[in-house]
Write a protein that binds this ligand. Structure first.
Ligand code: 6GU
Length: 230
């Protein structure tokens, strides 16, 4: 799967891309991430990528021409145009079904902007899919783009080892329940003990305990998920 990230701050992605899971996926050519600086598509002498809004008001607006020309140039470099995603709080909220849909694309172009907004003509010309990662305000789309990459690569075959296959994730395949409690060594810490059943070696009983714990947790913490299952 190929990602092209269009951003004013490509450096933000460097340490994330060097993280071991992603680094291995890139080395094994399962995932490819290319960073593009939108500023490289400015033509004026100050290389301006944003400007004050017509009509007045606070904040700056991303200029239409560098963004459109950056997207067109990046698209033109490969035969497959890819699916364009604009990261904006005005988009559809990202959830696991949306991640699964995005992971179905061979190539995603992730357009990051500053939060005050994009010139509306960017939407009119490029007609991107707009994605938000939640109802709060980020300074820009970069952290959201990393969330999209991180969630989608889990679904790329071979990126995760068999052992931590994404099919068991809390939100996968419409299961939509939270994970059961997990423990590892030591068996006792500050008087807190691991539940006996997990040390019993009885796999049927362990499975039952986990099922019950997952159900209780979901009921307590996210009853909305159970309602959606009905
Ligand atoms: Cl995608 N961008 C910004 N700027 N803020 C957000 C967001 C995106 N998703 C939630 N908040």
């Amino acid at each position: 799967m190929r990602f092209d990230v269009l951003t004013l701050f490509p450096e933000i992605f460097q340490s994330y891309l060097g993280q071991s899971l992603l680094k291995r996926a890139i080395e094994r050519e399962l995932v490819d991430v290319a960073l593009h600086n939108i500023r490289d598509w400015t033509k004026d002498k100050h290389h301006s990528v944003d400007d004050r809004p017509f009509g007045g008001g606070p904040g700056m607006v991303m200029k239409v021409d560098p963004v459109v020309e950056c997207v067109e140039a990046v698209r033109g470099r490969s035969a497959h145009p890819g699916h364009l995603v604009m990261l904006t709080p005005q988009g559809q909220r990202l959830d696991q079904p949306a991640v699964e849909r995005l992971a179905g694309h061979r190539r995603l172009l992730l357009l990051c902007g500053r939060y005050e907004g994009f010139d509306e003509r960017i939407r009119q010309i490029l007609q991107p899919e707009e994605i938000s990662i939640g109802d709060y305000v980020l300074n820009g789309g970069e952290v959201a783009a990393m969330a999209v990459i991180d969630a989608t690569i889990r679904l790329v075959p071979g990126v995760l080892g068999d052992e931590d296959s994404s099919q068991f994730d809390s939100f996968s395949g419409g299961l939509r329940r939270l994970e059961f409690a997990q423990y590892t060594r030591p068996r006792e810490y500050r008087g807190l003990e691991v539940p006996d059943v997990l040390l019993s070696g009885n796999h049927d009983e362990i499975a039952r305990w986990r099922e019950k714990d997952a159900r209780q947790r979901t009921q307590q913490r996210r009853p909305d998920l159970l309602a959606e299952n009905e």
